[in-house]
Design a protein around this ligand. Sequence first.
Ligand SMILES: Nc1nc2c(ncn2[C@@H]2O[C@H](COP(=O)(O)OP(=O)(O)O)[C@@H](O)[C@H]2O)c(=O)[nH]1
Ligand SMILES: [Mg+2]
Length: 448
Amino acid sequence: MLDKLTQKISDALRTISGKSAITEKNINDAVETIKMALLEADVNLRVVRRFVNATIDEAKGEKVLRSVNPGQQFIKIVHDKLVFFLGDTKQDLHLKGPDTLSCILMLGLQGSGKTTSSAKLALRLKKEGRHPLLVACDLVRPAAIEQLVILGNQVEVPVYQKTGATDSVKVYKEAVNWARQNLIDTLIIDTTGRLQIDEPMMAELSRLKQAAAPDELLLVADSMTGQSAVDIAKVFDEKVGLTGVVLTKFDSDTRGGAALSLKTITGKPLKFVGTGEKPEDFELFHPDRIAGRILGMGDVVSLVEKAQAVINQKEAEALQKKMEKETFTLDDWLNQLRSMKKMGSLQSMLDMIPGIAGKVSEEDINKEDFKGQEAILTSMTRKERLNHLIIGPSRRSRIARGSGTSVAEVARLIKKFEKMRTMMKKMTKLNRNPASQAMMARIQPWFK
Ligand SMILES: Nc1nc2c(ncn2[C@@H]2O[C@H](COP(=O)(O)OP(=O)(O)O)[C@@H](O)[C@H]2O)c(=O)[nH]1
Ligand SMILES: [Mg+2]
């Protein structure tokens, strides 16, 4: 995501960051490059102008030119400005307590990702301990109800639907009754979208808004449409009113124009981003992390948090020691492969690792290899995995038979493992953060 923008901006910053002294001209040149990058990224012109002026003003102050490390100072200014334009701080939902029924209205054009995002949000709220109900109020297309039912099943959240209904307000009211009887605390209403903004759609949504008095009115907008996502948000806000935006297909957005312009132009915060088609591919929008990503610094914070969800601090430190001392075993490798599976999409993880972000993509990784590796590793005894040196020729052929591979493949895996241990040791010197190392240990075996 945001590859193009990141490439351009990080090039501009690299030029300046290495310098021990920088001049006003250096700053002007760097800002000019960033300006072009932002314009190419389809960032709103007004936003670009403000960004450029604010950055130049601050960068030319004494603080930067005279500081010990002017390049880093400059990068920090650019980073902070990006954060500001992206929305300053993260914005979660404002819902009522669990004893009162809360309501979220999902709005947007057809194809923007409303139905998918409704299910993603339901999953997220369920994980937070709430009891959501998905309500099918897109009554224009018959397939829309069916799609919501399928997604609801997938995330194990009930769906209220009425086949053949024509009045979304009526469906909403029935859903409220059902919710009251079934201990539901949050309604997520999937509404009608059309290919273009039109009056009947806006009128229907306004009626629904009046009836439901929602706590959140979220516009679901496709980030790939750039500026037009921003224009759409403006119209929806004027006609219906919004409390925030969900930016979908962020995984495919290489430019970032919508993300960078939305807050400034519409005044509405970006609350979530959709980062894939799966129900788990949904994140709270963190301006500072996205800014870090745009600058090509890697997203250390997200990485650490995600790593911590599946690996605890103690485990990470133990792993770090093993890597440092080259006592990492095949057994550890197998554990890593297994817990890797819990973490969802590999690409979103690669994008967060400093030094790798933007350079390695999922295609560089051979997943077939990965299945074979797991088969070989599980065909070994634990004793063998704890000490690979005892795996001689007869053990190798037994393992090959057990895993349906060949002796050569077993030998290759062991060789790869030894190489990996050496690399890991080097890595521990470069990066002292245990969590990000744990993550590296996890993805290392996947590289071709
Ligand atoms: N890659 C990607 N695809 C998405 C995302 N959100 C939605 N989609 C896809 O976009 C298409 C339209 O989504 P849908 O929820 O049906 O849109 P709706 O018409 O607004 O309800 C579907 O194929 C979704 O799988 C996302 O965050 N990333
Ligand atoms: Mg839909």
